[in-house]
Write a protein that binds this ligand. Structure first.
Ligand code: PMP
Length: 498
C-alpha cells in the first residue's frame, strides 16, 4: 500500500491483516486477512499470477499462446487481469447460470467467455475447457490440481502471515477451501515455521464432503472421476466444489489439518453483513463463512488467543445473490421520514412550476443562414434519410440510438454539443435553426425523409403505431421488421420506474 509499482501485477498480495474490534468476543483477538485488497479484489489474483508465471518459466506456456480455464468467477477475473497485462489471449468456459456481471467483467478485461449449458453444471464447463485446449493447443490452467496454485500461497500468503505475527502468538489460522490452494500452500509453511498454530478448515454444514472422510474418486491426473456423493448446492460461492480437489486432499493426507468446522449459510450471511455494518469491512459470502468458523473456534479458545481468519473476496461481487436480499432499492419508511423532515425535493411535494414561456427578448438569436442551410441539407440528404440531432451523452439520445440499433435502422447523427460542433457555435446555431423550423428547443429531434418526426417519445410512439415503419418504407430505408421490442424500454430506468 502507498508504494510505487512498475505494473499492476506487482500489486498482487501484501494484503492487510486487520483486528476486529466490535464483533469478536472480548477475551480473544480475531484478525482478518482482507484479500479484496488484491487488484481484482480476490485471493485468486495470487493463483492467476502464480500459474501463469510458473508456466512461463517451465516453458509450458509459450509467448502469445492462448490460456484457457473453466471458472465461474474469481479465478477467471484474476486470470483476465494477468493475461491482459502479460499479453496472452484468454478463453474462459463458464456455465450460462453464473451471473452476467462476471461474464461482463472478464470480457471487459479482454477475455473471451464461452458459455456452456447450465444443465451440464460444473463438469460441463470443465469438459469444454479440456476439449478446446486439446483441439487448439491452448494452455489449460487446471487450478484444482496445479501445484503452482499452492506454491503461490507458500511463496506469498504464508510469509506475509509469518511477518505479521513475528514474535507474537498465532493460535489459529482459519480458512475454507475452493481449490485448496490457499489451504495447502499456507498450512504446510505454518506447520513447519509455527507448529503451534492450529489449522482450521471450514466447509458448508450441508456439504461436509471433507468432514465425512468419504474418499473422492479421481483419474490418474488428479481430476475428479465424478461428483462426491455428499455434494449438495450451497451458498458459499467459491467454496467446496462438487468434488474434493486434489490440492485439498493432499493437505488431508499430509495431516496438516487440525480441525474441520461446519458452518451454516445463515451465519455466513449474518457475519458478512456484520463485518460491513459494524467493522466497515466489505467482503463476500465465503468471508462471512470463514469468520463463522473463526467465531466457533473463539468460543473455546484460550483467553488472549490470536485467531487469523482469511476473507477471500469483495462483497461487490454478490449484489445479485442472497447476500443482498432484503437490501432495498427504494426508500424505506425510515428514509421516507428523513425525506419528509424538510419541505423541498420530495416525491410527494408539488412539482416545480413549469418554466415561463420564452419572452421575445429572450428568444434564441436568429439562426445564421449557414445553419439554416446546413439543417435543410442534412434533412434532405437522399443518402441518409434518417437523421438524428443529438447531444453526445444525453440519456434520451442514447435511448433513440439503442432503439435504432435494435431495429437495425441506418441513420446519421449530428452530436450538436460535440467538440466538432462547438467551433464557432456551429451546434448552437443548428439548434436555433431547428427551433425556428419546429418551435422546439429540446434535443433529440428526428427526421425521416425530410419529415419531422419529433423527439424521443414521438419517435417511440411512431414506432408503436407503425407510422415510423411507413415513413421508413416510403424512403426505402431498410430495418428489421421482426423486432417488436417496446421502444419505451430503451429509456433510462429511473424514467420508466415512475
Ligand atoms: N472464497 C472465494 C470467494 C473464492 O473464489 C475462492 C476460490 N475458489 C475461495 C474462497 C477458496 O480459495 P482456494 O481456491 O484457494 O481454496
Amino acid at each position: 500500500m502507498g508504494k510505487r509499482f512498475n505494473n499492476i501485477l506487482e500489486t498482487i498480495g501484501g494484503t492487510p491483516v486487520v483486528r476486529l474490534n466490535k464483533i469478536a468476543p472480548k477475551d480473544v483477538n480475531i484478525f482478518v486477512k482482507i484479500e479484496s485488497f488484491n487488484p481484482m479484489a480476490s485471493v485468486k489474483d495470487r493463483l492467476a499470477l502464480g500459474i501463469i508465471s510458473d508456466a512461463e518459466k517451465s516453458g509450458a506456456l509459450k509467448p502469445g499462446q492462448t490460456v484457457i480455464e473453466a471458472t465461474s468467477g474469481n479465478t477467471g477475473i484474476g486470470l483476465a487481469m494477468v493475461c491482459a497485462q502479460k499479453g496472452y489471449p484468454l478463453v474462459v468456459t463458464m456455465a450460462e447460470s453464473f451471473s452476467i456481471e462476471r461474464r461482463k467483467m472478464m470480457r471487459f478485461l479482454g477475455a473471451k467467455v464461452v458459455l456452456t449449458p447450465a444443465a451440464l453444471k460444473g463438469s460441463g464447463m470443465l469438459a469444454k475447457a479440456t476439449e478446446l485446449a486439446a483441439k487448439h493447443g491452448w494452455f489449460l490452467c487446471r487450478q484444482f490440481e496445479n501445484e503452482s496454485n499452492a506454491d503461490a500461497h507458500s511463496r506469498t500468503t504464508a510469509p506475509e502471515i509469518l511477518d505479521d505475527f513475528a514474535g507474537e502468538r498465532l493460535d489459529y489460522w482459519v480458512t475454507g477451501f475452493g481449490t485448496g490452494g490457499t489451504l495447502k500452500g499456507v498450512s504446510r509453511v505454518l506447520k513447519k515455521e509455527r507448529p503451534e498454530t492450529k489449522i482450521i478448515v471450514c466447509e458448508p454444514d450441508n456439504v461436509q464432503i471433507l468432514g465425512s472422510g468419504i474418499p473422492q474418486k479421481r483419474h490418474a491426473d488428479g481430476t475428479p472421476a465424478d461428483s462426491h456423493p455428499l455434494f449438495r448446492p450451497h451458498l458459499m460461492q467459491g467454496w467446496s466444489p462438487d468434488f474434493i480437489p486434489k490440492l485439498t486432499e493432499d493437505t488431508v493426507a499430509a495431516e496438516l489439518i487440525d480441525e474441520i468446522v461446519p458452518v451454516s449459510g445463515s451465519e455466513a450471511i449474518r457475519l458478512s453483513k456484520a463485518l460491513a455494518s459494524e467493522e466497515g469491512i466489505f467482503v463476500g459470502v465465503s468471508a462471512g463463512a470463514t469468520l463463522a468458523g473463526a467465531m466457533e473456534v473463539a468460543k473455546r479458545a484460550e483467553k488472549g488467543a490470536n485467531i487469523l481468519c482469511m476473507l477471500p473476496d469483495t462483497g461487490e461481487r454478490y449484489l445479485s445473490t442472497p447476500l443482498f436480499e432484503g437490501i432495498p432499492e427504494d426508500m424505506t419508511a425510515e428514509e421516507m421520514e428523513i425525506s419528509k423532515s424538510t419541505p423541498g425535493f420530495r416525491f410527494d411535494a408539488p412539482p416545480p412550476a413549469a418554466p415561463a414561456p420564452v419572452k421575445a427578448d429572450e428568444a434564441p438569436a436568429a439562426a445564421p443562414a449557414e445553419a439554416v442551410q446546413f439543417l435543410e441539407e442534412a434533412i434532405h440528404d437522399a443518402d441518409n434519410p434518417v437523421v438524428l440531432f443529438a447531444l453526445e451523452w444525453c440519456e434520451f439520445c442514447w435511448s433513440v440510438r439503442k432503439m435504432m440499433a435494435k431495429y437495425e435502422i441506418p441513420y446519421r447523427a449530428f452530436d450538436l454539443d460535440s467538440v466538432e460542433y462547438q467551433e464557432g457555435n456551429k451546434g448552437g446555431n443548428i439548434r436555433a435553426a431547428i427551433y425556428e423550423k419546429t418551435g422546439l428547443k429540446t434535443i433529440p429531434q428526428i427526421y425521416i425523409g425530410g419529415k419531422h418526426i419529433g423527439g424521443a417519445t414521438e419517435l417511440f410512439d411512431a414506432c408503436k403505431d407503425g407510422s415510423m415503419q411507413k415513413a421508413l418504407q416510403e424512403n426505402s430505408v431498410s430495418y428489421n421488421s421482426e423486432v417488436n421490442t417496446d421502444p419505451y424500454t430503451f429509456l433510462p430506468g429511473w424514467l420508466h420506474s415512475r
